[in-house]
Design a protein around this ligand. Structure first.
Ligand SMILES: [Zn+2]
Length: 206
């Protein structure tokens, strides 16, 4: 905890003053252009990867960057992911949603390796939202990196889940929203953009 307090002190004294005008503006303005959905993994920092400033990204982070598909029967269940998506799309009016997977994802590794999750019932339940991802990855060629294939197929499956949410479907139909699938490579910093239809990937930036 000491490290965090030191970090706050550094932020207040060494970082905040240079951006004070921006923070004053942000005190009454919240207009992010992008909803960024990434894994909770401590090594994946959306603002760092995209060099975004405060106020620019609305962020949801979940284990495995999973987005549960719309479930009309789940109204009584506390669902922070759905609520955040709805707020970002219907209220903030984001123009883009990025689902960003990453290399060496613990959630995808657990699934690719068929790890025993009996002692982690909540994790096991949550990872069922990646069932379609696993089915897609099952088509991987022998010898291919299992986790890497699952990470990519999972991003595409989660984009499909995202599109089942009524607010997202409406914005897509109105052509006011674009969905993007990315994969971030931790050791190199590379970011690939995935084609949701073909599953092919290409470097996002040189
Ligand atoms: Zn992860």
């Amino acid at each position: 905890m000491q490290d965090l307090a030191e970090g706050v002190a550094h932020f207040q004294q060494g970082v905040f003053p240079a951006k004070a005008a921006r923070f004053r503006h942000l005190a009454t303005t919240h207009q992010p252009s992008t909803l960024f959905i990434s894994c909770s993994d401590a090594r994946v920092i959306p603002e760092l990867i995209t060099q975004s400033e405060p106020g620019e990204l609305f962020v949801i982070r979940t284990a495995g960057n999973l987005v549960p598909a719309h479930d009309p029967s789940a109204d009584a269940v506390a669902d922070g992911v759905t609520a955040s998506i709805e707020y970002a799309v219907a209220v903030l009016g984001v123009s883009d949603i990025v689902v960003c997977g990453h290399s060496a994802c613990g959630a995808m590794t657990a699934l690719a390796d068929d790890q025993d999750l009996a002692a982690l019932p909540a994790v096991a339940r949550w990872l069922r939202h990646a069932d379609v991802s696993r089915a897609r990855a099952a088509r991987a060629e022998p010898g291919e990196d299992k986790v890497g294939v699952l990470v990519r197929s999972n991003v595409i499956a989660q984009l499909a889940n995202l599109a089942t949410h009524p607010c997202v479907a409406r914005a897509l139909a109105a052509q006011t929203l674009t969905l993007r699938g990315w994969v971030y490579d931790i050791p190199t910093g590379a970011v690939d953009q995935l084609d949701p239809v073909t599953g092919s990937s290409a470097a996002l930036a040189a």
